[in-house]
Ligand binder design. Structure first.
Ligand code: SF4
Length: 62
């Protein structure tokens, strides 16, 4: 599985980092970034939860 943050849609709320810090981190520009593009298997659950919780649907999981 891969995670990607669509920067143009991210409002920088920080929720994804709170839910799944192994995969998402806040970048210098105030938006989130996927620090582990290929999601470790033990983090797939929280990565999906972060994507579902994102208020602007800025997270893509493939
Ligand atoms: S939860 Fe969504 S809007 Fe909030 S920081 Fe993460 S990607 Fe951006």
């Amino acid at each position: 599985m891969f995670a990607k943050v669509i920067k143009d849609e991210c409002i920088g709320c920080g929720l994804c980092e709170q839910i799944c810090p192994e995969v998402f981190s806040m970048d210098d520009d105030g938006t989130a970034v996927a620090i582990a593009e290929e999601i470790p298997s033990e983090c797939e659950g929280c990565a999906e939860e972060a994507a579902e919780s994102c208020p602007t649907n800025a997270i893509e999981i493939e």
